[in-house]
Ligand binder design. Structure first.
Ligand code: FEO
Length: 173
């Protein structure tokens, strides 16, 4: 059985993952408006990944007899204007999520909650991959430059992204 502290902290993480999903959806909309359909697809794929992260925690709580608490999600604030600025902001956001996951892991360890610890270690690996993906994109922008031609190529490349997770969340658990 999960402690109240762990349940509350997992619920906070669900909220943060859903905020992340909304942030990527908002970025997707902005990039679509700006004419970058491919990068918009990349962001919408990331939206699905974030919803998967939230639903995996949701399913875990239920599998442990605890209740997911769905709270208000803050509206995403996007100040970045250029593609490069958007990916820089994305990296900063993922660093915040990584810190949040580490905090949850440290709580699970301190409570000797090994089941939660195992689950959260999956997120630790996932965060390494997510940060690396964005670092790679920023590096590509450095190489090709953020002029129109470079961004045109990046737009085509990122538009090929496909979700690596199941989109049917009813099968998570
Ligand atoms: Fe769910 Fe992008 O972290």
């Amino acid at each position: 059985m999960l402690s109240k502290k762990i349940v509350d902290r997992i619920n906070l993480q669900i909220n943060r993952e859903m905020y992340s999903a909304n942030l990527y959806m908002a970025m997707s909309a902005k990039l679509n408006d700006d004419g970058y359909k491919g990068i918009s697809t990349w962001m919408m794929t990331q939206y699905h990944e974030e919803m998967f992260h939230a639903m995996k925690l949701y399913g875990y709580l239920q599998s442990q007899g605890a209740s997911p608490a769905i709270e208000k999600i803050d509206a995403p604030a996007i100040k970045a204007k250029s593609v490069k600025e958007i990916f820089s902001a994305t990296l900063e956001h993922e660093k915040f999520v990584t810190a949040s996951i580490r905090e949850l892991l440290e709580l699970a360890i301190s409570e000797k909650d090994y089941a939660t610890e195992n689950l959260v270690r999956w997120y630790v690996d996932e965060q390494v991959e997510e940060e690396q993906n964005v670092v790679d994109i920023l590096q590509t922008i450095e190489v090709i430059g953020d002029g129109k031609q470079g961004l045109f190529m990046l737009n085509i490349e990122l538009g090929k992204r496909k979700p690596s997770i199941p989109l049917d969340f009813t099968s998570i658990g």
